[in-house]
Design a protein around this ligand. Structure first.
Ligand code: ASP
Length: 333
């Protein structure tokens, strides 16, 4: 019998000045969602069902940037993305541009289980959700007051979180401002006098190995605050934001464009498979060597029941638990 293990995240790139009560709230939500996974694993649930159930919990809590509480596009709308992967047989499903589906991770699961495809987006994904009888709600359900305020700040600062280095161009340009950095990359950086982390994205993800040694991973997000409509990040991309195979399961978070360039989730598995590295070694290698620029982090489990995480920014909301009784939630290094 293998040993089960679970790791979750609620986003990388945490504001170093995040008020204490917000930190406590984050930890409470993480602990509650982690417990959902632990209870399911203790009662013998399959990894795939556990990652879906845990991500649904995280999507339903407005604290994090997925489902209710999703980051807003520059039009003030919500376009969510999610993916799920079953390490057993390497099956996968993903969705992008979803605007009414209450739990996008479950739509990704249906794409995997009930469609001939791996990835559906926008109108086609919405239609498929209706055909499958998934719960849908008005787009306004996902929009929180906090995020309306953050979008306003992002617009005033003329920034897309993490994209502050790339001047906007074309018809959507609103006059990119110079960026000032008062500190090293990813550590207390400010932009137009505002800490960039006020737009903290807080994507969610879960990686699990069950007591049969099967792995699964899932990731769900509203993407980046003030993103262009139609923008797709790493979270729905198998191999970038999410990956699961016979060696491990991985979910990433952070600057999607950097994670895509690094094929980060798949690389963790590849380092284990091709170099014979252990889980934490592979995670450290990929965070240090593959993420040559950009803010990101990831959580991972191995098929032998280890948990690992890594990030190259100020903090990452995360939690993990293993069969031998270890359980923790954390934010900082
Ligand atoms: N990776 C997500 C994206 O770029 C954001 C995040 O992880 O917080 O859409």
């Amino acid at each position: 019998m293998a040993r089960w293990a679970i790791a979750i995240h609620g986003g990388a790139g945490v504001d170093p000045n995040l008020p204490e009560h917000r930190q406590e709230e984050a930890k409470r939500v993480l602990a509650r969602c982690l417990q959902v996974g632990v209870d399911a694993l203790r009662s013998g649930a399959a990894a795939l069902d556990v990652v879906e159930a845990v991500v649904r919990e995280l999507e339903s809590d407005p604290f994090f940037n997925s489902g209710r509480g999703s980051a807003l596009t520059r039009l003030g709308t919500v376009e969510m993305e999610a993916s799920i992967m079953d390490g057993r047989g390497r099956r996968c499903g993903a969705v992008s541009g979803v605007s009414t589906v209450k739990n996008p991770v479950s739509l990704a699961r249906l794409v995997m289980d009930k469609s001939p495809h791996s990835y559906l987006a926008f109108d086609g994904a919405e239609q498929f959700a209706r055909d499958q009888g998934l719960e849908v709600v008005d787009n306004s359900y996902f929009i929180t007051e906090d995020n309306v305020g953050m979008l306003k700040l992002a617009k005033e600062a003329n920034s897309i979180l993490f994209d502050y280095r790339i001047p906007l161009s074309g018809s959507e340009t609103c006059g990119a401002q110079a960026v000032s950095s008062d500190n090293s990359h990813g550590n207390g950086m400010v932009m137009n006098g505002l800490p960039i982390s006020i737009y903290a994205p807080e994507t969610v993800g879960c990686a699990v190995v069950d007591s049969s040694g099967h792995t699964a991973a899932a990731t769900s997000t509203g993407g980046l605050m003030n993103k262009m409509t139609g923008r797709i990040g790493d979270s729905p991309l198998i191999g970038s934001g999410t990956y699961a195979c016979g060696a491990c399961a991985v979910s990433c978070t952070g600057e999607g464009e950097a994670i895509i360039r690094s094929t980060l989730a798949r690389d963790v598995a590849a380092v284990m498979e091709y170099r014979g590295a252990g889980l934490q070694e592979a995670v450290d290698y990929c965070v240090k060597k593959r993420l040559d620029e950009g803010f990101a982090g990831l959580i991972a489990v191995s098929s032998t029941g280890e948990v690992a995480y890594g990030f190259n920014c100020t903090g990452m909301f995360r939690g993990c638990a293993t069969e031998d009784g270890f359980m923790e939630v954390g934010i900082w290094e």
